[in-house]
Design a binder for this molecule. Structure first.
Ligand code: FAD
Length: 295
């Protein structure tokens, strides 16, 4: 099933992101965790490509397994900046063979090694190029990333928004945001992106922070703003793992409910291969999910 068809439904839904294992020896445990999350029957699941420390080797395998075994639609991520055209075309071929219909087209982060090389020699500089290639290569539903708090490489928000528009014009069917901890930043972004004529569905990304050590890492990875209300929660409960987990799940749930209550129908949860967190959030929303509240 194409993700865009899920996004065009009016029912409230939730999707989860998982990442592939860092090394071969943890493959089985990662598959187990992703299957437990799939058993909650989210609207769809995305599988990252080399992000968050995971390797890219198993992305498609995990996406195919979830789709085939649990009938949960999957979205396989693919990055391009550190790849050759040949490698990307090979991946696209593999995706078609595996029946993967949904692809999240990303540039990927610039590594220090890559930054030392001459960009004119790179086969890909921006995600837009990958989006355009995917569009030409088959009947894929294509997602792309966007940044309510502006991508760290951007000089200003206007340019960043214009480049997002370019990605959509190249063929992106929907956008998923970088994690936000303050919904007002997302609503503000929505206003600006709609104002420049981008009309595709935009899925807010929510990261449940369930232990204090995740905070610094999340800020480093995303640069996202942490509201005082959230910082107080980490300060107060951070030393008690169970309390912190409960408070982090409650905070994420509260954000999701606020998004639904403001007309957003699908929310993407960075579930970090944690089935207990995914299950708790689903349970917290059990009387909301699947219903159409659009009046
Ligand atoms: P782009 O859209 O290329 O944008 C990158 C920067 O270039 C921005 O500043 C943009 O404004 C600018 N830009 C875009 N086009 C142009 C242009 N034509 N000329 C000049 N400047 C331009 N990383 C992974 O490695 N694996 C993953 O699985 C992964 N999943 C992600 C999922 C989501 C939802 C998000 C938000 C991020 C994800 N990332 C992942 C991180 C992502 O790869 C990085 O944030 C990366 O630095 C940018 O990727 P992008 O696709 O947004 O790039």
């Amino acid at each position: 099933m194409k993700i865009i068809d899920i996004l065009n439904q009016r029912n409230m839904s939730l999707s989860f992101e998982v990442f592939p294992p860092k090394k071969e020896s943890t493959f089985e445990s990662v598959v187990e965790a992703t299957e437990e999350i799939a058993a909650c029957h989210p609207a769809f699941m995305s599988v990252t490509y080399g992000a968050g420390g995971g390797t890219s080797k198993y992305t498609m395998e995990i996406a195919k397994n979830i789709k085939d075994k649990y009938d949960v639609p999957t979205l396989a991520h693919l990055t391009c900046v550190s790849s050759s055209k040949e490698t990307v075309h090979e991946k696209i071929r593999e995706m078609k063979e595996m029946g993967i219909e949904n692809v999240m087209a990303l540039r990927g982060d610039l590594t220090p090694e890559l930054e030392k090389t001459d960009p004119s020699k790179w086969d890909y500089k921006h995600a837009t190029e990958l989006v355009a290639e995917l569009k030409q290569s088959g009947d894929f539903c294509i997602g792309a990333a966007c940044y309510p708090e502006v991508h760290p490489d951007s000089i200003n928000q206007k340019d960043d928004l214009d480049y997002i528009k370019e990605k959509v014009e190249a063929g992106a069917d929907f956008l998923t945001t970088q994690m936000v901890f303050d919904n007002n930043l997302f609503f503000n972004f929505m206003y600006k992106i709609r104002e420049i004529g981008v009309t595709v569905p935009i899925i807010p990304g929510i990261m449940p922070i369930t232990n204090a050590s995740q905070v610094a890492r999340a800020i480093k990875l995303s640069g996202s703003f942490m509201p005082q209300r959230f910082k107080s929660l980490v300060d107060y409960f951070g030393n008690d793992p169970d309390a912190m987990k409960q408070a982090g799940i409650a905070y994420a749930t509260d954000q999701i409910i606020d998004l639904y209550a403001n007309g957003i129908t699908n929310v993407h949860v960075y579930s970090m291969n944690k089935p207990d967190v995914a299950k708790s959030i689903m349970n917290n929303l059990s009387d909301i999910l699947g219903k159409d509240f659009n009046r």
